[in-house]
Design a protein around this ligand. Structure first.
Ligand code: HSE
Length: 374
């Protein structure tokens, strides 16, 4: 069986990855070799077979034993270990959740239901680095990839509504702690049906504005009961790194730009909201032609087995197109589909996906399957 290295399996993305691998029977097909950055010699998780002890994740010789390594350890680990491992002569397959190598020429961004042809072409020419995409990009393409495949998109703008999980486990904890602090501030007033709502509101905003550095350590500002219209680094040109990825990564996944088919212009405003683990996006799509809405719905629905077209009604949107409905599932609902008042070739849409599943872990384990099938 294929000796497959697993690094960063204890973190949030890594834990979701292990759950999915177990659910899909991936461990039946490999001999997992679990690595740790801090617990060499410790006991490997229950999925281990004959390799029951944890290996040192910085031990190049141990890593070199594996033809396939999957890492969810994070960008700092990749920056440190990956170049040294290649320099030491390792020519195996590196599957990585971190962004470090994503835009390198010798790397492919993996999202096989959307770009299996790009992945297969890369395998055929000997590419060895297969990197998971930005979560927002992957969830969006799982939803409306059909429109790109049919080359119907002239340009697109997105407004994202990104969950705390995109920041990491500590961010999720901080969000809930902030909600708790706000509730505690007005618990007595809430219990009294005669209390004045404006008094409750005043106390909440005062409590938000009084949050300490410790209470906002991870987001930098209060997120509970608020939002943050900036995600990731400031690129100094009015855009955030997250917004840049929306265009650069989408086009790379689709194999567009850089000499191939022209890149599709995509621009975004990326916003952090107080959801736990689902990223949502509102899209404005300029179509290349006035395709009937029913045809668009049919194309989207037929694109992959996870996408679901949600009827554009209040009831269906409120129930099926929310983080509450989608968290922890593989579903990618797409709804609010309608032609916009600005013209018959302008399409509005809203889509949502679990940031930790399609947005992070799932493309990695599917790439493992593609390699095992070769
Ligand atoms: N950058 C994303 C976010 C998560 O902050 O939500 C990782 O793709």
């Amino acid at each position: 069986m294929e000796l497959t290295g697993l690094v960063g399996w204890r973190g949030m993305v890594g834990s979701v990855l292990l759950e999915r691998m177990a659910a899909e029977g991936d461990f039946d097909l490999i001999e997992p070799l679990f690595f740790s950055t801090s617990d060499k010699g410790g006991r490997a998780p229950a999925h281990a077979k004959s390799e029951a002890r944890l290996q040192d994740a910085y031990d190049l010789e141990a890593l070199k034993r594996c033809r396939i390594i999957i890492t969810a350890q994070g960008g700092d680990y990749t920056k440190d270990v990956y170049p040294r491992l290649r320099a030491a002569g390792w020519d195996g397959y590196w599957i990585d959740a971190a962004k470090t190598l994503r835009m390198q020429e010798d790397a492919v961004i993996i999202l096989d239901p959307v770009n299996r042809a790009v992945i297969d072409a890369a395998l055929a020419r000997g590419v060895r680095n297969y990197i998971g995409g930005n979560c927002t990009v992957s969830c969006m393409l799982m939803g409306i990839g059909a429109l790109f495949k049919a080359d119907l998109v002239e340009w697109m703008t997105c407004t994202t509504y990104q969950a705390a999980s995109g920041g990491g486990a500590q961010h999720m904890r901080e969000l809930l702690t902030q909600y708790g602090a706000l509730h505690a501030e007005v618990r007595d007033l809430l219990a009294d049906p005669k209390s004045a709502i404006l008094e409750i509101d005043r106390r909440v905003i005062e409590r938000q504005r009084a949050m300490t550095d410790a209470e906002t350590e991870h987001f930098g500002v209060p997120l509970g009961g608020s939002l943050i219209p900036w995600i990731d680094a400031d690129r100094g040109d009015g855009t955030s790194l997250e917004e840049w990825k929306g265009s650069a990564e989408t086009n790379k996944i689709l194999g567009r730009g850089a000499g191939a088919a022209p890149a599709v212009p995509i621009d975004s405003i990326c916003v952090r909201v107080g959801a736990m683990r689902c990223h949502s996006q509102s899209l404005t799509i300029k179509l290349k032609s006035d395709v009937p809405l029913a045809d668009i719905e049919a194309m989207i629905a037929a694109d992959n087995e996870w996408v679901q077209v949600v009827p554009n009604t209040r009831a269906a949107s409120s129930h099926a197109l929310t983080p509450v409905a989608v968290s922890g599932t593989m579903k990618i609902p797409v709804g609010r589909l309608r032609k916009l008042a600005i013209g018959a070739d302008y399409l509005g849409a809203f889509t949502i996906g679990d940031q930790l599943l399609w947005g992070a872990a799932e493309p990695l384990r599917r790439m493992l399957r593609i390699l095992l099938e070769r």
